[in-house]
Write a protein that binds this ligand. Sequence first.
Ligand SMILES: N[C@@H](CCC(=O)N[C@@H](CS)C(=O)NCC(=O)O)C(=O)O
Length: 224
Amino acid sequence: MAAHIKPLILHAHATGPNPIKIAIALEALNIPFTVKNWDFGDDPQKGVKGETFLKINENGRVPALEDPNTGVVSWESGACMNYVRRVYDNGNKIGPSGPSAQDLVDFEKWEYFLLTTLGPMMGQVNWFRHYHHQENKDALERYVAQAYRCYDVLEKQLQKSEGMSILPGRITAVDYHYEPWVRQHEFAGLSLEKYPMIHKWLTLMHTREEVQEAYIKIRNASKG
Ligand SMILES: N[C@@H](CCC(=O)N[C@@H](CS)C(=O)NCC(=O)O)C(=O)O
């Protein structure tokens, strides 16, 4: 199939976690793609808040995904992931692990938990630990506690598969959503000491070819 597909264009950032999820999914499905990395900032040519990129994503954030095969442009990692699954995962390699209504809901609830809760909480931890213009201990403590609360929930879920995958049965796009965020735990100053299942799962994810290839592609990408 891949031979007939024109490469998709993934708009990304060298270290931001959200675009990496999409790169991992495209690798898993063997879909050709090129990566353009953008800076965080408003440089008109290179920045995610600059006029060039805002024509692709008016929200000024990565990922954005352009598909020259269909003309479709998507942004928000959840929308990009679901586009990729709908159009390119006909064999359901990375979608819900079973066909029942409960399987579909399980997939979506864990996907949304990352998109609405774990990811944003970790994002705020990073913000108040590294980037806020002045120290704000209360805010940092609040978001660290929230991030650990999410880790508690994830740890319990991973116990069901002995740390093999977030949805018991096999690795899915849900794991791809979580990997780049959980991988950043050290940067966020969060410890996995009390989370043996998360640690095991993350170690396993690091060994997977689609994950390794995605990081290589993002690291070696040209600037937008
Ligand atoms: N909810 C969005 C968030 C996208 C997002 O926050 N991307 C970050 C990089 S991981 C970004 O572009 N930040 C640039 C900025 O905030 O200016 C998603 O899941 O895609």
